[in-house]
Design a protein around this ligand. Structure first.
Ligand SMILES: [Zn+2]
Length: 276
């Protein structure tokens, strides 16, 4: 088929990010702002409903929402870009065929990649960095990179992991009060906003894991609001999921918009508190 007849797979809407600007346009924008927003996603299996680039596509929308939220608070920033590469999925929660299609970096390579990208932007004059996550497993390595850059080069940044602060928010806006995990209702809703043609929710059934047999205070994964890093398979948590947890089939565009607005507002408040 000729390129002339290709269908549009997805579109990017919103304020321009760095990739859509010319160098002259970037220079002009940087007369008013030295702050750039990045988000780090992954190429990762999200089951039948969502594409492998789900985390990246959401990141590409989130950076623009954070820019808008900060503008509302009176802060000019530049939406940088979404990074499609992330660290490995945790094998404690997801196993077997649910890892198929994943393309990941080692922790070490991720730290180097993040530092190189941020240093390059710093060389172009950026002084403040708002570092967001669209793949929870990037949290540890991104914090290491940011701390290292601060210590060695005085680079100012915040790493804003918006997941745990929204544990109370989701039941208020989603149809399902049960916790929605990887690829669940909230994530499917956000992906519908970003790349509607790549989401397939027809006939998708909900999946919830069996109840936690050994609840421990703050005993969950550190990037979900718990306090533990789990780097071992655990028999009771064997992965029998269809590649997602929750009810992605209930996701709507309107829910996705509410989620982005809430995440962006929280990240903007964090940036306002520490960077401005
Ligand atoms: Zn995801």
């Amino acid at each position: 088929m000729s390129i002339r007849e290709w269908e549009t797979l997805y579109e990017v809407k919103g304020p321009k990010g760095l990739l859509e600007m010319t160098s002259a346009g970037l220079k002009e924008a940087m007369k008013e702002s030295d702050t750039v927003i990045l988000s780090f996603g992954a190429i990762e299996n999200h089951g039948v409903p969502l594409p492998l680039g789900t985390d990246y596509f959401q990141a590409n929308t989130l950076i623009r929402c954070v820019h808008e939220a900060l503008l509302e608070m009176g802060h000019k920033t530049i939406p940088g870009f979404a990074v499609p590469f992330g660290t490995d999925t945790n094998h404690f929660e997801r196993q077997g065929d649910n890892l198929f299609g994943n393309v990941c970096l080692s922790e070490r390579t991720f730290i180097d990649m993040a530092e190189d990208l941020i240093l390059s932007l710093h060389n172009s004059g950026f002084q403040r960095f708002i570092l967001c996550l669209n793949h929870s497993e990037n949290q540890a390595a991104l914090n290491v990179a940011a701390k290292d850059l601060a210590n060695r080069f005085g680079i100012r940044s915040v790493v804003a992991d918006w997941v745990a602060p929204h544990n109370d928010f989701w039941p208020k806006v989603l149809k399902n009060a049960e916790h929605q995990g990887h690829g669940g209702e909230d994530e499917a809703a956000c992906t519908r906003v970003a790349v509607p043609r790549l989401v397939h929710l027809d006939g998708v059934e909900g999946y919830y894991p069996p109840e936690d047999p050994k609840p421990v205070h703050m005993g969950g994964l550190y990037y979900y609001g718990g306090s533990v890093g789990v780097f071992t398979p655990v028999k009771a948590y064997e992965d029998h999921s269809p590649g997602y947890t929750g009810d992605p089939g209930d996701a709507t565009v309107e829910e996705g918009i509410l989620c982005y607005e809430a995440y962006a507002k929280w990240i903007a408040q964090v940036a306002d508190k520490y960077l401005f």
